[in-house]
Design a protein around this ligand. Structure first.
Ligand SMILES: NC(=O)c1ccc[n+]([C@@H]2O[C@H](COP(=O)([O-])OP(=O)(O)OC[C@H]3O[C@@H](n4cnc5c(N)ncnc54)[C@H](OP(=O)(O)O)[C@@H]3O)[C@@H](O)[C@H]2O)c1
Length: 283
């Protein structure tokens, strides 16, 4: 089922930076009725709102700063939307964060934030908004998962696990929603230039990715919206990562475990020791 962005009220989470910011900019060109943009950093949202206003004068762009890791703040966002926009026709669950390092060294505060944001907030927003969509027999949801929704990665155990949740949740919901008029898709990017690596506490993450695998946020958003408009179940932006995602799933698990077996030793040698564990949770 196709997704039309024209005349729709579209909510984008995590719109202050990276992929979400690009999604907002590109959606603004597709004739929506209203964009509702959220993230924690209000100033970044104000600047984005001004940029869109300059390019698309007349388009209604609502911004609401909140911490999606707090359910009460999500309720505040939903109240704001009901007051200012009425309803959401298209939900883009993009906000997410990761952490890099050995699990034993991780900060519980940051781990909890990841679980709340990547899993709880995405599920809660979907739960609150899918019912009204079904009642109207129309609507669309795009959940941003990751290539790691299909694989596991030592050093990013919790993050990858949250994306397995997003992938499984979205696949199952897609089947449940068949025939309701509501479509749900997922975006599964590989490495994308954004603030993600820095927030995860390892700015070198992208440098370690195979050359040609890293794409820009602009390309990621463009391919995401192209696939979402066609109602694709799974959208993997970037040719190389798309092929790697398909082939990677054919690799037997024992072989993957064997290839990744030396990760702990390597991370310890590189200084991912308990004393040096990164504490970079933002806000
Ligand atoms: N970049 C990659 O390589 C990559 C690969 C695969 C999947 N992804 C996924 O793509 C999505 C977007 O990530 P990105 O790469 O664009 O990262 P990013 O540049 O760090 O952007 C993350 C966005 O989420 C928002 N956010 C973070 N914590 C939040 C919170 N507690 N409450 C509300 N908003 C919050 C951030 O805004 P504030 O800080 O202003 O709140 C920001 O707008 C994520 O789900 C990520 O897991 C990224």
């Amino acid at each position: 089922m196709n997704v039309n962005f024209q005349d729709q009220r579209i909510l984008v989470t995590g719109a202050s930076a990276g992929i979400g910011r690009e999604l907002a900019l590109q959606l603004a060109e597709k004739g929506p009725k209203c964009l509702i943009l959220t993230a924690r950093r209000e100033q970044m949202l104000v600047e984005l709102q001004a940029e869109i206003a300059q390019k698309q004068p007349g388009l209604k762009v609502l911004i609401h700063a909140c911490d999606l890791a707090e359910q009460s703040e999500i309720d505040g966002l939903l109240y704001f939307i009901s007051r200012e926009a009425g309803a959401v026709d298209i939900l883009i669950n993009n906000a997410g964060m990761g952490d890099y390092g050995l699990f034993e060294n991780s900060s519980w505060k940051k781990t909890e934030q990841i679980l709340r944001l990547n899993i709880e907030a995405l599920t809660y927003l979907t739960h609150k908004l899918v019912g009204p969509m079904i009642a109207l027999k129309r609507g669309a949801i795009l959940n941003v998962s990751s290539g790691l929704g299909f694989f596991f990665m030592p050093g990013m155990s919790v993050y990858a696990a949250t994306k397995h949740y997003v992938t499984a949740f979205t696949e199952a919901l897609r089947i449940e929603l068949k025939g309701t008029g509501v479509v749900i898709s997922q975006l599964c990017p590989g490495p994308v230039v954004s603030e993600f690596a820095q927030v995860a506490g390892n700015s070198d993450l992208l440098a370690k990715a195979p050359s040609g695998a890293v794409i820009g946020a602009e390309q990621c958003a463009r391919e995401a919206l192209m696939g979402f408009a066609k109602g694709q179940a799974v959208i993997v932006p970037g040719d190389l990562i798309r092929i790697a995602t398909v082939l990677g799933q054919l690799v037997p698990r024992p072989l993957l475990r064997w290839v990744l077996a030396s990760t702990r030793g390597r991370m310890v040698r590189r200084g991912q020791t308990p004393e040096q564990a990164p504490e970079v949770a933002k806000a």
